[in-house]
Design a protein around this ligand. Structure first.
Ligand SMILES: [Zn+2]
Length: 289
């Protein structure tokens, strides 16, 4: 009797080992980054299926009556200090971004930065970045760098783990990145998740992508479901950042939902954008009127 039972044990062991091996083989496939010609782990794609569903959602939340009422209700009490003090200016000049708007600069699918634009006050943000993020991609304009440092500190204090994955991107860098995306997915698809050169907020030095261990530091819409993504949605404005591309405004911003993309606009404005629940494009156009 001992002999067959030994066989059974061996059989069972072999089976278990085979199971382990299979699991191990599956794991390396997990990272969603497909090797493009660029050494970018920050591929912002692979969510196209989600995107298609989201587009249908867009209509319902656009008329947010309660939030539209909010600023009107505030006016009688103390409007002067509520209104951030910046003189009205055009949001674009000759079809290009109005650089005089400073940290309020608007860059989108229609409005581009000059190809030679590079902020003069770029500094390295002293936060944790994923290892593959090096050089100028760790840089932000000074004020935004200080703000993301404060945000990361606040997050840590709340037990939230986040790392930067990509901050400043030069025009030339954007050219290479966008071309690689187009080559891989075609222009139409690439346009949904990446900006053509000159149209990326990352060139302003005011935008940074962040992610968390819970999603393997990928830029995935799943981040929005995680505790880290929810923390960002609830607290980023306290540090002067907005989640620039919201699910509810995909049609208006012409970008897919990007829970990882933070844009610095200063605390006052970020709080107002958060309260009003508007896409920044609409907010700033109204504000500069
Ligand atoms: Zn981004």
């Amino acid at each position: 009797m001992r002999y067959p039972s030994l066989l059974m044990v061996c059989g069972a062991l072999t089976f278990m080992l085979a199971g382990c091996t299979t699991n191990e083989q599956v794991e390396p496939k997990e990272p969603t980054t497909q090797s493009s010609t660029i050494d970018e782990p920050e591929t912002e794609p692979n969510e196209t299926n989600v995107n298609q569903e989201d587009v249908g959602d867009v209509e319902s939340p656009t008329e947010e009556e309660p939030t539209e009422d909010a600023p009107i209700a505030e006016q009688p009490t103390g409007p002067a200090e509520e209104e951030p003090a910046t003189a009205a200016q055009p949001i674009e000049v000759n079809g290009m971004a109005n650089l005089d708007l400073d940290e309020l600069i608007l860059v989108n699918k229609q409005i581009a930065l000059p190809s030679d634009y590079q902020p003069s006050d770029l500094v390295e943000a002293k936060i944790d970045f994923v290892d593959s993020t090096v050089g100028e991609r760790r840089m932000l304009r000074k004020e935004a760098a200080r703000a993301i440092e404060a945000l990361m500190k606040g997050a840590k204090a709340d037990g939230i783990d986040l790392k930067g994955t990509s901050a400043f991107r030069s025009y030339d860098y954007q050219v290479n990145l966008f071309n690689a995306y187009v080559e891989r997915d075609g222009k139409e698809q690439a346009m949904k998740y990446s900006a053509p050169p000159g149209h990326s907020e990352h060139q302003t030095g005011l935008a940074i992508d962040v992610s968390s261990a819970s999603v393997n530091y990928q830029l995935t819409q799943n981040l929005g479901e995680m505790v880290e993504g929810k923390w960002l949605a609830d607290h980023a404005h306290e540090y002067g950042f907005i989640i620039r591309y919201q699910k509810a405004f995909e049609n208006e911003t012409e970008y897919m939902y990007e829970p990882w993309h933070l844009r610095y606009i200063g605390i006052e404005h970020a709080k107002r954008v958060h309260e009003l629940n508007q896409p920044y494009d609409r907010y700033i156009a109204e504000f500069m009127k």
